[in-house]
Design a protein around this ligand. Structure first.
Ligand SMILES: Cc1cc2nc3c(=O)[nH]c(=O)nc-3n(C[C@H](O)[C@H](O)[C@H](O)COP(=O)(O)OP(=O)(O)OC[C@H]3O[C@@H](n4cnc5c(N)ncnc54)[C@H](O)[C@@H]3O)c2cc1C
Length: 416
């Protein structure tokens, strides 16, 4: 019998399995697919030591009006999904008020500021150095108003969090990125961000490290998780596997399993799409085209263009309009080349309405733990929350652990 079952082999579950193994536990990692084939496969590949504040929902009328009439591409929505999303959107909106967002950011920054240091030993041990760029990224605006507002905001971020960022005028942007075809108003050059040239492959490499160190990865269905006398048991392709403890690290699907166990989780699934393009010119570093609402990341497969958020039902059919509009707008700035043929990918950022991942014990369920809800930064934060989870499982009590634990967050997770 294993000591710990980790359910879900995305970046969050793989990192949790590795950390618990490092602390001496016999761990079995279970997923219905292979490691790193879902959200951790399709993201933009940023490991973001600079993303100290979680994405708040805009509250100013001008931006809200632009969203309402569909004038932006970074966020789109399906009006027919809004009634179902309204309760969680409302909580997200309330938590985006400046005072609350500041309190949340004080917790979030403690996670993000550890992220690079927590990935570093894994990247090295997994032999992934050649696939990580330490160039930071460039964020650009076509119009002066956007560029000036962003530059002004960095003054506060530097003062409060000591982030590494430089505001650039149009000429400096052109010098920093020779691949740009036309002038822009300005940009920000962000440091403290590493980027992977294949996020799914990095997750697989971490999973292989776990296996090399003696861990077991099995195909299995998390919905079969059941309490046994001694702990927890799940059905796998190799038969039932039991353990004293189980960790739910199912990302966007965690609420489904918790619902079976009698818990309601308020999750907002922010859908994102990506496509690859055979760009003839390689960018110096990843680029965020703020006006087009897309990220351009050079990857092994080609230039990956990934979208912002689409607020739609989680089971809504694929609608790549946001990706196509973003790619078309980005192609005014950069030669993106022809689209590489592949099935259309989309995935869901597992966002919780208070913008913090949920890490800790499930109240009243001995031996059951959660580690999910990493929203826009799960690829970044997997190894960091893994360490915090392992601390909590070892009995540690800190303010940070208390702030992330389900027990303190009935707005996010409560008995059904
Ligand atoms: C377009 C886009 C761009 C993004 N860019 C970035 C970025 O640049 N940097 C960053 O930090 N984050 C980024 N994110 C967010 C990041 O990708 C996610 O936060 C992160 O991947 C979540 O990891 P996870 O392990 O929790 O979930 P996942 O990677 O989705 O893993 C969950 C696992 O659970 C398994 N599973 C689900 N249900 C079951 C079941 N019933 N039984 C067994 N297994 C099951 C799945 O197969 C899957 O392997 C982006 C997201 C999107 C959509």
């Amino acid at each position: 019998m294993a000591e710990v079952l980790v359910l879900g082999a995305g970046m969050v579950g793989v990192a949790a399995a590795l950390e618990l193994q490092t602390r001496g536990h016999a761990v079995v990692l279970v997923d219905r697919r292979g490691p790193g084939e879902e959200t951790s496969f399709g993201n933009a590949g940023f490991v973001q030591g600079e993303a100290v504040e979680p994405y708040a929902m805009p509250r100013d009328l001008r931006t809200l009006a632009a969203y309402a009439v569909g004038r932006t591409n970074d966020l789109v929505y399906d009006p027919s999904a809004l009634p179902r999303l309204a309760p969680v959107l409302w909580r997200y909106f309330r938590n985006s008020a400046p005072a609350r967002h500041r309190r949340i950011s004080a917790v979030y920054a403690q996670l993000v500021q550890r992220a690079l240091a927590d990935h570093a030993p894994l990247i090295e041990a997994a032999g992934q150095e050649p696939h990580i760029r330490r160039t930071g990224y460039l964020q650009i605006w076509r119009d002066a108003r956007g560029a000036e507002a962003a530059a002004a905001e960095t003054v506060r971020l530097i003062r409060e969090y000591d982030v590494t960022v430089t505001a650039l005028d149009g000429a400096a942007v052109a010098a920093a990125e020779p691949a740009l075809k036309r002038p822009v108003a300005g940009g920000l050059l962000w440091g403290d961000c590493w980027t992977s040239d294949d996020p799914g492959a990095l997750t697989v490499a971490y999973a292989e490290l776990f296996t090399r160190r003696g861990g077991t990865v099995l195909r299995g269905e998390a919905a079969s998780l059941a309490r046994t006398g001694a702990g927890w048991q799940v059905d796998t392709a190799s038969g039932p596997v039991g353990a004293a403890q189980a960790v739910i690290a199912l990302g966007p699907w965690a609420p489904d399993l918790l619902a079976r166990l009698g818990w309601r989780v308020a999750m907002l699934w922010k859908r994102g799409y990506h496509g690859h393009f055979a760009a003839p010119v390689r960018l110096q570093r990843p680029l965020i085209d703020a006006d087009a609402g897309v990220v351009l990341s050079p990857m092994r497969r080609g230039l990956r263009i990934a979208t912002g958020a689409a607020l739609v039902a989680r089971d809504a059919p694929s609608d790549p309009g946001q990706l196509l509009r973003g790619a078309c707008a980005a192609s005014e700035l950069v030669e993106i080349g022809t689209r590489i043929a592949e099935p259309q990918w989309f995935g869901h950022r597992p966002c919780l309405p208070d913008m913090l991942p949920l890490v800790g014990a499930v109240p009243g369920e001995p031996g059951l733990w959660v580690d999910f809800g990493h929203g826009h930064q799960g690829f970044t934060l997997g190894p960091t929350t893994a360490r915090l989870l392992a601390d909590a499982m070892a009995g540690a009590r800190t303010e940070l652990l208390a702030a992330l634990a389900p027990a303190a967050r009935p707005e996010v997770m409560r008995a059904a």
